[in-house]
Write a protein that binds this ligand. Structure first.
Ligand code: DAH
Length: 357
């Protein structure tokens, strides 16, 4: 019996001292496994006399039950501890401060818009706006695009679903429809610029399906092409921040102007880069001309009384030229790292007093 008492003390100590589930299992095998200490005692019952068995049997079985109970208890405690440990190890500390947020930046195109609007404002131009979803009349017909004329296809137009009246609206292919809206809603003299988004089914290295334009319109009694050239030269010199900007007109065709021209700016392409205001190369940057008499008539103005000029240019490209952005597609990739590099502080908005960029 003393043997059993000391075995019980020893096993109890081993069970309560098991530091983890593996250690506890080792104790269980040593006591209750096939050749464990208690199992061996149980086996010895067979060789005992009935009298001996009467007392030894309940004592050994009692010890086995007791140790089994202790092991189960210890196991529950250790399992609880293991779970606690796992939870603690896998804990997500939600109280950690969030990583610093990237500061918002003004996109170069928007910066160029702001700068150009600022320059035009100094010259007395107001800002006019029109809808991105236009009808055929404002986008084409009023601008003297003949019906079914290939010039309409030239713009790779996005057409919307046919409406209940059988007509199809378009995503405006240029900002020129704002000319029409302005002439139809205001009386001359008119001096406006219309910045905005424009859309064409076009996508390659130098074209994106959505891009940005600024349209300009001046209507007065004796406005002529000299005014147009001076205005554009002045704006470009201010925008590129150098008086060395040179320009030239090339004859061109637009349905809504007569005569029409494209304006090139002098540039230098040597050495891989492109520099405005130096060199002997030319870069086409805008379309312009004298507003066609038909357009004036379509907008309710008498061409014998009023005349004026109009122009339109792509703003994304002007932004790329000024800020050295090499690939147009990056301008639309919505990559915050790119914007961090090329973007502008929202607190440094261009204005006539503090300057441009
Ligand atoms: N709307 C033309 C375009 O998107 C640009 C343009 C050319 C606008 C001549 C004008 C203009 O007002 O007179 O290609």
């Amino acid at each position: 019996m003393t043997d059993l008492t000391s075995l019980e003390a020893q096993l109890t100590a081993a069970v309560t001292g098991a530091i983890d589930l593996a250690a506890l299992d080792a104790v269980r095998v040593a006591a209750l496994g096939k050749t464990g200490s208690i199992s061996n005692l149980l086996k010895s019952l067979g060789a005992m006399s009935p009298d001996e068995r009467k007392t030894a049997g309940p004592a050994i079985n009692g010890l086995r039950d007791k140790i089994q109970g202790l092991i189960a208890e210890r196991k529950a405690v250790l399992e609880g501890q293991a779970l606690e440990g796992k939870l603690a190890a896998e804990r997500l500390d939600l109280t950690l401060p969030a990583p610093p947020r990237r500061k918002g930046q003004v996109h170069p195109t928007m910066q160029a818009f702001d700068e150009l609007i600022c320059i035009f404002a100094e010259l007395g131009f107001a800002v006019a706006e029109g809808p991105d979803i236009e009808d055929d009349f404002h986008n084409f017909t009023a601008l003297n695009f003949p019906p079914k004329h290939p010039a309409r296809d030239m713009h790779d137009t996005f057409f919307l679903q046919e409406g209940p009246d059988g007509t199809r609206k378009v995503l405006r292919t240029h900002t020129s429809p704002v000319q029409v809206r302005t002439m139809m809603s205001q009386s001359p003299p008119i001096r406006i610029v219309a910045p905005g988004r424009t859309y064409r089914k076009d996508s390659d290295q130098t074209h994106t399906p959505m891009f940005h334009q600024i349209e300009g319109l001046v209507i007065d009694r004796d406005t002529h092409m000299g005014h147009l050239k001076w205005t554009l030269e002045t704006v470009l010199a201010r925008y590129f921040e150098t008086d060395a900007v040179t320009t030239r007109f090339r004859p061109h065709h637009f349905p809504f102007t007569e005569p029409s021209a494209e304006m090139d700016v002098g540039c230098d392409r040597s050495g891989g880069g492109l520099k405005i205001g130096q060199g002997s190369d030319w870069l086409e940057i805008l379309g312009c001309g004298m507003v066609h008499p038909n357009v004036l008539r379509n907008c309710g103005l008498d061409p014998d009384e009023w005349q004026g000029f109009a122009f339109g240019f792509g703003v994304d490209r002007l932004a790329m030229l000024k800020y050295g952005v090499p690939d147009l597609r990056d301008m639309f990739a919505a990559d915050t790292r790119w914007l961090q590099h090329y973007g502008f502080s929202a607190f440094a908005a261009p204005n006539p007093a503090s300057g441009l960029s």
